[in-house]
Design a protein around this ligand. Sequence first.
Ligand code: AMP
Ligand code: FE
Ligand code: FE
Ligand code: ZN
Length: 275
Amino acid sequence: MKYADLHIHTNFSDSTFTPEEVAACANNVGLSAVAICDHDCVDGIELCEKAASSFGIEVVPGIEFTVEKEDAEIHILGFFIDYKAEWLIKKLKDMQESRINRIHAMVAKLNGAGIDVKAEDVFKLAGRGTVGRLHLAQAMIRTGKVKSFKDVFNKYIGFQKPCYVSHVRFSPKETIEAILKAGGVPVLAHPGIMNRDEYIPELIGYGLKGIEVYHTDHKASVVKRYEELAKEYGLLMTGGSDCHGMGKGRVLMGTIRVPYELVEKLKAAAGKNTL
Ligand code: AMP
Ligand code: FE
Ligand code: FE
Ligand code: ZN
């Protein structure tokens, strides 16, 4: 059997793994394909493709976008996007800049709350690509004022917590349309984290084609719920580890995998794009 992990980050967003390390890790855990889905960034895809080809591993070009709806944060994956499209690269550049401003804004709030974290340290941790809350969390822990990721997100920078600042400028509809315009397949990431199943029909109306049923944060009962929901709405069922290298404490690649046929199904769905 051939297997794929369809949700992996590189250090172009908030993983500690380089694209080359992602390829080597995928080889070690016996995967035949991986989807690189960095937050608002496509710069790791080609490097990973190069490294993975020497192992005979296929790389699915992907992305992970964040949108908001009322009181929920929604993550949307795009598979088989044309990551060289100029308009997309320009849009991503804008989003990356807005992420930098947002770090300054969150750092100001945190300083006001007595956490002596410096924006420059966050940017140093982030390196190339996009900067995000996981980098900020790491810098906050280094100050010694906060003890754990759990505290960091629950007390300070989790969605709508006191020091949270949004960087989202596109609606769910605009985001799904952008993925379709880039020739990609829009899929709802880890819906169990969002836990707002009532939003799903609206997203399908905008062109959502699948949901990430299998994910490291989905327990068995949640998986079952989304398998049923996917069948009910005729959605593709994807799955991935959401591996952030050591960014979340341990390497998750290899813990969630889906049959390789799903890659073919996504490829076919991308081919049928009409937008
Ligand atoms: P950002 O794209 O900058 O908003 O950061 C989103 C990332 O922060 C997610 O991909 C996770 O890696 C991390 N994150 C968000 N909320 C939490 C949480 N409650 N606990 C741990 N990590 C989180
Ligand atoms: Fe992340
Ligand atoms: Fe996510
Ligand atoms: Zn992710």
